[in-house]
Design a protein around this ligand. Sequence first.
Ligand SMILES: Cc1cc2nc3c(=O)[nH]c(=O)nc-3n(C[C@H](O)[C@H](O)[C@H](O)COP(=O)(O)O)c2cc1C
Length: 353
Amino acid sequence: MPKPIQMYRLVRSLLFLFDAEAAHHLALAALNFSSRLPFIPVLLRTFFMPRPGSKPIELFGLSFPHRVGLAAGFDKNAQYIDALANLGFAFIEIGAVTPLPQKGNPKPRLFRLKKDHALINRMGFNNKGLKNTIKNLKTKNSRIIIGANIGKNTDTPNEQANEDYILLFKQLHDYVDYFTVNVSCPNIKNLKELQDKDSLLSLLSELKIINTQKTKPKPILLKISPDLTWEQLDDTLSIIQATQIDGIVAVNTTATRQNLTYSTKQINQFGNGGLSGAPLKDRATEVIRYIAQKTNGRLPIIGVGGIQSKEDAQEKLEAGASLIQLFTGLVYEGPGLVKKLSTVQIANPKKKI
Ligand SMILES: Cc1cc2nc3c(=O)[nH]c(=O)nc-3n(C[C@H](O)[C@H](O)[C@H](O)COP(=O)(O)O)c2cc1C
């Protein structure tokens, strides 16, 4: 019997014949279609679902069956939750969702850097908007843990950004298990300015106040850029402490172009966008380790960036992450990666949440 990774190599060679974004949609459509056929969901779960571990991971009031989740951007519209749940994730972060639908940047806007197991994307928060997302969340059957990655519309000026985030937060509150505030996407003009001290404090304080007024408050996490300086990261951590939000997702894609084997000319041809995958791995781990040390391991961290093997997952958990997320690793290694990584143990669990 071939292993899932061997079978995926065949699928991958077919998918890689297509443009990267088309291949993404094709793969999801095929998964969705097959998940509606008799017996296929059972078969998928037999292949991909990790065996239940000894103990669930309790974090910010949620109980995760294991530590491996799907990163934001993969299922932007919460359209494929039931199908993706068959692949064994412990949780799925949908979005980024914006209040109104928006097309995002012109295509092509997603590129494979195969030699480096990396991607460059400048999608630009393409999504079908809040209403459509709620409709999809209402009709899903799976009870998998769902996070909502929320962002502002590109046309919303930064001065009015809080209103976008508040609207999304209020309207999605009944339908998701946690929120990730995304102010770190490199593909939305001036978005990263919302990571500045005053803006961030105002946004997180407002969300926190609304949350505490709810009968069942939901965990609020902040997703940060790997391109923050240490000083900016210190400021961010002090705001997280001041507002008492629940955790951090480290990291988003990077605007830098380090650790690539392509020539400068080739890299420039891809144009602007966020780099993900293997070249991001070390920086992501470094940021996670810094946060864990600065907060004495008390702030829950979801580690994301360049995880493509058991060793990569181990490295993130040992640096201080309690959960991990995958995106680019799924493109190169396939869905079998989830089960493979779900068995990774933290070497020194006493120090971790
Ligand atoms: C095509 C694409 C779209 C993405 N969209 C989002 C998004 O909407 N919101 C977000 O917070 N991160 C988004 N990300 C970033 C991922 O969630 C993740 O943080 C990043 O890719 C690093 O993880 P990886 O190296 O495993 O891919 C996107 C990444 C890619 C490749």
